[in-house]
Write a protein that binds this ligand. Structure first.
Ligand SMILES: *Cc1c(COP(=O)(O)O)cnc(C)c1O
Length: 453
């Protein structure tokens, strides 16, 4: 479950002085209209800006690394659609692929050849996947992977890490229960206690806790699911040896290791986090980048596991729009673009430039931050750090983040509207945009150093 952030929304004036943008014009009226007909005015909670305060900006177009809101204000985008837009917005190759599909038809309800092509592409890049199935979201990917793991092992319990997010399926909306129990409690109303009780929790990056848990329940556990690089408590990389340690532990107890690479897949390299750290999971979940901004998820594994799926095996899972031609077309164009030489080096260099500059700017202003970064995903935590798990992430000053966020927004830089999220750099960002971001951050940090909450 995502960390719950204290709302700073009630604090008017968090943003402080504006620098020429008219933030609350059309966005404010658009939000008011939306709130009458959409729950909370949004279709996904974090978009409502509750954690940072203020009115969410309604965007009307995007190009490259720039978002334009309904007032015509422009923002350099570090959210990237929450991960998918690694090429930047309205990339010509993705657009051409979408155009082709739109001419030929976009929903047949039959198999299409392009589904095989994108499957071949992903399998060639991620060797732990021999067979894959496409779904419509990351939530569906993790939910289905867990059902498959249960069907394959004949066991019911699953383990997840505190602070990792795997979408909103019942059994994954779970937080640590009270007292010493490792059995989970629902983190959302509407999740039956019985569903949550099938999920055990351990701290991220804590191999010893996992060992203790496995010693007690190992033979009843179907799967251990985690983000191999956490992105949903802010960016938190795995400690040295953590993933390899989990791999051996799972092998010892016959537990399937599931890597939720919905963010990290094709983000940190063509082979995902598993390629980066050299640890093979049993099942991999994908989403976000593999759809290039259209609704997609996927899960894959070695053949023996995947052949338990219907129509070959007894584990049922289906989807009317699964493998949809538009999503597959744009996804494939995105993956092909990521195979051009130098792409990941470029992401690394832009992202390092941003992180190094932010560190220097914070130091100069006397603001304490701690940054975690893996390639083009990163988080600025407002605390001394280190941030290695959910408990340490929670020590961040979320009100300082809210201040920083608003100061950046009002200068035309769109950061994740919550402390516990990763920021993304895309291939469309330029060094000049990064340097402008750093100049804005210097002003934001200077304001924060003087800020008396
Ligand atoms: C975004 C995300 C999901 C959920 O994907 P949706 O497409 O939003 O359902 C699952 N796991 C991780 C790691 C994610 O970041």
């Amino acid at each position: 479950m995502k960390p719950r952030e204290e709302s700073v929304g009630a604090r008017s004036g968090v943003a402080g002085g504006l620098t020429g943008l008219r933030p609350d014009g059309e966005s404010a009226s658009a939000f008011a209209a939306a709130q009458k007909v959409l729950a909370g005015g949004v279709n996904s909670p974090v978009r409502a800006f509750k954690a940072v305060g203020g009115v969410p900006r309604f965007m009307s177009r995007a190009q490259g690394a720039v978002l334009t809101d309904v007032d015509g204000n422009e923002y350099v985008d570090y959210v990237g659609g929450w991960g998918p837009m690694v090429l930047g917005h309205v990339d010509e190759r993705a657009k051409a692929a979408a155009g082709k599909v739109l001419c030929k038809g976009w929903c047949f309800g039959t198999p299409t050849e392009q589904e095989t092509v994108i499957a071949q592409r992903i399998i060639a890049d991620i060797p732990s996947i021999e067979v894959i199935r496409f779904v419509n979201s990351g939530t569906e990917a993790t939910m289905s992977a867990i059902r498959l793991a249960r069907g394959f092992t004949g066991r019911d319990l699953i383990v997840k890490c505190e602070g990792c997010y795997h979408g909103h399926a019942d059994g994954l909306l779970v937080e640590a229960g009270s007292g010493a129990t490792t059995f989970g409690a629902p983190s959302s109303a509407g999740v039956p206690a019985a569903m949550a009780a099938g999920t055990l929790l351990v701290p991220y990056n804590d191999l010893d806790s996992a060992r203790v848990l496995f010693a007690a329940h190992g033979r009843s556990i179907a799967a251990f699911i985690l983000e191999p690089i956490a992105g949903n408590m802010g960016c938190v990389p795995p400690a040295d040896g953590y993933l390899a340690g989990l791999r051996s532990l799972c092998d010892e107890y016959g537990v399937l290791l599931i890597f939720d690479e919905v963010i990290t897949g094709f983000r940190v390299g063509l082979g995902g986090a598993q390629g980066l750290y050299g640890v093979r999971p049993d099942i991999t979940c994908l989403g976000k980048i593999i759809g290039g901004g259209l609704p997609v998820g996927a899960y894959g594994a070695r053949r023996e596991i995947m052949e338990r799926l219907s129509p070959l095996g007894p584990v049922y899972q289906a989807g009317t729009l699964a493998g949809n031609p538009l999503a597959v077309g744009v996804g494939l164009a995105t993956l092909e673009a990521l195979h051009e030489p130098g792409v990941y080096a470029q992401l690394e260099s832009l992202s390092a430039r941003l992180a190094d500059g932010l560190a220097a700017a914070a130091r100069a202003a006397g603001v304490t931050i701690c940054q975690n970064r893996v390639g083009s995903m990163s988080t600025v935590f407002f605390q001394a750090g280190p941030v290695t798990d959910y408990a340490s992430a929670r020590k961040s000053d979320v009100r300082a983040y809210g201040f920083y966020f608003q100061k950046m927004l009002n200068q035309g830089f769109y950061l994740p509207p919550a402390q516990f999220e990763a920021a993304f750099v895309s291939l469309a960002h330029t060094e000049r945009q990064i340097d402008e971001t750093l100049a804005a951050a210097e002003r934001a940090f200077a304001g924060l150093a003087r800020w008396v909450p």
